[in-house]
Structure formats: structure tokens, C-alpha cells
Design a protein around this ligand. Structure first.
Ligand SMILES: Cc1cc2nc3c(=O)[nH]c(=O)nc-3n(C[C@H](O)[C@H](O)[C@H](O)COP(=O)(O)O)c2cc1C
Ligand code: SF4
Length: 430
């Protein structure tokens, strides 16, 4: 029997304690690179207004996405500009951001990227690095609805990271976590999903190394176990540290949920507090950005993680905007909180509407993915279901006519099929 509305509200409004931090409810704004920082990587008025608006809407925790913690990540980011955590000079500006979110009794974590790995863009002669030299065949195992990549896209080959580069990256995460704490963030999440640097170590599909970072499950977990331990020793005991990892490669030769959960269990004992679950990656984008609520639960992936990790590591669910599904998963003990991304673009008041019994007023995300198409062409992200999105600061710059046309065209199935055939035809002739 399905849970009643009032039961699900009771579950979703129960505070969550993560390493001593009390979060007022189970609604989390998932990390999204939609924050439009200034060109030099500081929070803009729009960055602050966007996050403040979601905090006003009732979420318990905001995870700040699209942020970089090294010069390398700043230079190679596929989605620019990003929020910077790589120098002390950014701390005061970041403090304005955390203060604005805290005003609404909402906690705030920083998601930190030290390198974009296989998704990095090699600029100014700098090579991109990963566990092994393997490119990303984007969408090779399926693209989300209304997203087309005519001719397909394969990223450049990265160089295998040296031990010295691995240590340098670790140091950048540690310094950035200290800055995040100084700027008033309540915790940090290390980005280790979506074909970015750390993720390439976790699965045998992308890690072909013969050194202490490759081969066995323990070796593939080593890089993240070390960085979590290093951050813990610098930020102290009472500061939440998490990672975002994939739960499944969703690829014929890839690693499944039990393989990823085994890797996670080696990382868990190094001082880790939570895992933000992410499904698939750029090669299996259909699973990563699904159109149905509760896909991850239907695959049984959070359940496998819970069994492997126990209750001490808090688990954040993804892509489950149906509040009853999320509450049932929390009630069953599979996960501890619900992390929402696109739904929070479409309706910043989603959490309050559920809490106040106004579910019938929710503006539902329609999974048309025009927000993603905007992100992919580096245009200001907007949501056609919510005209306020991207304009929370009315002075924020809007996308121009050409960008709007490209967003429309790249979502048109017929046009994109024609473009796909044309590109593949030209390739054959060449
Ligand atoms: C516009 C946009 C930007 C995103 N940026 C990030 C990001 O910076 N970091 C990240 O971990 N995930 C990012 N994501 C992925 C989301 O956090 C989330 O995993 C994905 O959208 C699936 O969740 P949903 O079904 O709730 O949208 C982004 C997604 C969208 C739509
Ligand atoms: S543009 Fe808005 S409605 Fe469409 S998928 Fe993105 S968030 Fe959802």
C-alpha cells in the first residue's frame, strides 16, 4: 500500500544529522552549474539570488555545483565560468553566498572539482589527465530525451596521471576544503562522478593502471580514500565530508552497483560522512538524466549501497521528484535524503509546497532538457517552465537570439537526424 501524503511529509520533514550538523529536512538542492559566477570566478548577484531563492523555498541543504578548486580545473572546465575555491582571495566573496543561504536556516555544502579529467578541455597547451588514456564516447549508451549530438562526440585522449599529479590534485582539494570551511560552508562534497578526474579511477572500465592506484578494488579506491583522509585531517572531526560517485557505469563492459559499492566501502572508513548517488555518466547519459522519477530505486542501486555501507554513511538519492517514492525509500532505510536538480529549476518552492500540503501547486519539470542543451552550448541556463529561473537577479544577463535558436534547433529531432546523417556522410567521404 502506498504511503499517505501526511506520512510522507512527516518523513521528509524529519531533520537529518550528518556528522553533528543538523539539516532541517530531507530536501536537498542538487549541484548544478547554473550559477553564473563573475568572469573571474566569484559569486555574482545572480549566483546569490538563485541559491537564496531555493533556500527561501524550504530546502534543508544546498549543494553548490560547478565549483573548481585548482588552477587546472579552472583552465580546463567544460562549463565556464565556475565558482573558484583555489585561492584565499575568493573566501570573502564566498562568505557573502553562505551568509545569504544561512539566513533561511538552510545548510550549504561546496562541491569541489580539482580536475575534469576525461571531460576536461585541453586549453593553452595543457594536457588533460585521467587514471588511464581513455576518451569518453558521449552518449554511446543512450542520450536523455530531447538531447541529440549529431555525428556523436568523442573527447580527446587524456594522459595517464603521474603520482606527483595525483598528490598535487589532492593538495588542491585539501586547501579548497579549508577555504570552504573558512567561508562558512557547512561541508564539502568531492566530485568523483561523470567521467571527471576521480571517477576514472573507480571502475575497471576506465582504470587500466598497474600501480597502487589500479587493479584491485582497494587500489581503485585508494585515490579517493587518501584525499578524504587528507581533507579530514585538515578540517577536523566535526565537518561533513562527502563524495559524489556513480552507482553504475550502465555500460556493457562496465562496473555495476555492487562493484561501485565495494569501492565505496574502502573509502568509507577514511572519515567519509555521505555519498551523493549519481547514476551512469556521460557515456550513459540516459541513466544519468532520466525522464522518470525513481529510476535509481527501480534499478536497486541505493539498496546495494546501503547494504554494503551500513547506516553511518548518509546516502543522497537522485532523480526522484515524486515525494512519496522518496519518502518510501527513506522510510525503508535505502537512502537518507532526496537530492533534486531539474525539479528545483522548474519550481524553487517545491519543498515548501510539499511541506505545506500544496502539492497540487507544484510546477513539475517536464524533462524536456532545454536547460541541459543551454548548459552544453555555454549559454545562460534558463527553464521554460519557470521564467524567473536565471533571472532571480533581474539584472542577470539573458541568452541572446542566436543562443536561443541553437537551443531550439538542438532539441528538434528531425533537424538533428538530418544533421547526424550529413555529418556521418561527410566523414565517410573524407
Ligand atoms: C543544468 C544542469 C547543470 C548541472 N550541473 C551539475 C554540476 O555542476 N555538478 C553535478 O554534480 N551535477 C550537475 N548536474 C547533474 C544534476 O546534479 C543531476 O545529477 C541530474 O540533473 C539528475 O538529477 P535530476 O533528475 O534531479 O535532474 C547538472 C544538471 C543540470 C540539468
Ligand atoms: S528546462 Fe525546466 S522543465 Fe525542462 S528539463 Fe530543464 S528544469 Fe525541467
Amino acid at each position: 500500500m502506498r504511503m499517505t501524503t501526511s506520512d510522507s511529509v512527516n518523513i521528509l520533514t524529519k531533520p537529518l544529522i550528518i556528522n553533528g550538523l543538523s539539516i532541517k529536512n530531507r530536501f536537498i538542492l542538487g549541484p548544478m552549474a547554473v550559477l553564473r559566477p563573475t568572469d573571474d570566478g566569484r559569486p555574482s548577484e545572480q549566483t546569490i539570488a538563485f541559491l537564496k531563492r531555493r533556500a527561501q523555498g524550504g530546502i534543508g541543504l544546498a549543494i553548490v555545483g560547478g565549483s573548481v578548486c585548482s588552477e587546472r580545473a579552472w583552465g580546463e572546465s567544460p562549463f565556464t565560468p565556475n565558482l573558484r575555491f583555489d585561492k584565499d582571495e575568493f573566501v570573502n566573496d564566498l562568505k557573502r553566498l553562505t551568509d545569504a543561504v544561512h539566513e533561511h536556516d538552510t545548510a550549504i555544502f561546496a562541491q569541489l572539482f580539482p580536475s575534469f579529467g576525461r571531460m576536461g578541455v585541453p586549453r593553452k597547451g595543457r594536457e588533460i589527465i585521467a587514471a588511464s588514456s581513455k576518451s569518453v564516447d558521449i552518449g554511446s549508451n543512450g542520450l536523455p530525451d530531447n538531447l541529440y549530438i549529431p555525428g556523436g562526440r568523442v573527447t580527446p585522449y587524456p594522459k595517464e596521471a603521474t603520482s606527483a599529479e595525483i598528490k598535487e590534485i589532492e593538495e588542491s582539494v585539501v586547501s579548497a576544503a579549508k577555504r570552504a570551511k573558512a567561508a562558512g560552508f557547512d561541508g564539502v562534497e568531492i566530485g568523483a562522478h561523470m567521467c571527471y578526474f576521480y571517477s576514472s579511477f573507480l571502475s575497471p572500465l576506465t582504470n587500466k593502471r598497474n600501480d597502487e592506484y589500479g587493479g584491485s578494488t582497494e587500489n581503485r579506491a585508494r585515490i579517493l580514500r587518501d584525499v578524504v583522509a587528507a581533507v579530514r585531517s585538515e578540517v577536523g572531526t566535526g565537518f561533513p565530508i562527502g563524495i559524489r560517485i556513480s552507482v553504475n557505469d550502465h555500460s556493457p563492459l562496465g562496473q555495476d552497483a555492487s562493484g561501485f559499492a565495494d569501492v565505496a566501502s574502502y573509502i568509507a572508513c577514511s572519515g567519509l560522512d555521505f555519498i551523493s548517488l549519481s547514476d551512469g555518466n556521460y557515456e550513459s547519459m540516459r541513466d544519468n538524466v532520466p525522464s522518470e522519477s525513481g529510476n535509481m530505486l527501480a534499478h536497486g542501486e541505493p539498496q546495494v549501497f546501503r547494504k554494503a555501507l551500513g547506516n553511518n554513511i548518509k546516502l543522497f538519492l537522485s532523480s526522484t521528484p515524486d515525494p512519496r517514492q522518496a519518502a518510501e525509500a527513506i522510510n525503508a532505510g535505502y537512502v537518507d535524503a532526496n537530492m533534486l536538480a531539474r525539479q528545483m529549476l522548474a519550481d524553487p518552492d517545491y519543498a515548501n509546497k510539499i511541506i505545506q500540503g500544496r502539492e497540487n501547486e507544484i510546477v513539475w519539470c517536464d524533462h524536456s532538457n532545454s536547460c541541459l542543451r543551454r548548459l552544453m552550448i555555454n549559454a545562460p541556463v534558463a527553464c521554460h517552465k519557470n521564467p524567473e529561473m536565471g533571472q532571480e537577479d533581474p539584472k542577470a544577463k539573458k541568452s541572446n537570439g542566436i543562443q536561443n535558436f541553437i537551443v531550439w534547433a538542438t532539441g528538434n529531432k528531425h533537424l538533428m537526424n538530418l544533421a547526424d546523417r550529413a555529418i556521418r556522410g561527410v566523414r565517410k567521404v573524407i
